[in-house]
Ligand binder design. Sequence first.
Ligand code: RBF
Length: 160
Amino acid sequence: MATELKNLSSYDSTKIANGKGRRIGIVYAEWNEEITYALRDGAVNTLVENGVDEQDIHLASVPGSFELIFGASQMVKSGKYDAVIAIGCVIRGDTPHFDYICEGVTAGLSKLNVEYDTPVIFGLITTNNLLQAQERSGGRLGNKGDECAVTALQMIAQFK
Ligand code: RBF
């Protein structure tokens, strides 16, 4: 993930497997849409830059990050995709909801990775405030959507 020390948006494209013919599902949350749309667009652009045909990228929105589990699960079970990317943004608020949602999504997506043969890429940004999310969705620390796309292509090349 993009941190103060590492910005994976500046990947070396010569080391990324070409995505021609790969089919990618992207499920993204509408909650905090300023952030999730930027992450989604970053992922799509990076996939296309690395050879994936635009018509082989299928987008599906869900209301909030908690619904990423169901959306990703449906995509995986459809058998249509070589990889699925789940994108959301949870910003810490005044209630324990942040922890419940983060833990729920992490556990749900992890379960899919163990139980099925399609890699599910974790594109959930979890931050203390909006600025930190902006910095990681096209700001100072790159775009985690780019990183998800690169990760998806690496996982497909390695295991499919
Ligand atoms: N969804 C997000 O994607 N990001 C959030 O920061 C977020 N915060 C929430 C805070 C509260 C208090 C509630 C009730 C929901 C929040 N959700 C958030 C929505 C959640 O992921 C889900 O869509 C709803 O709980 C309906 O299942």
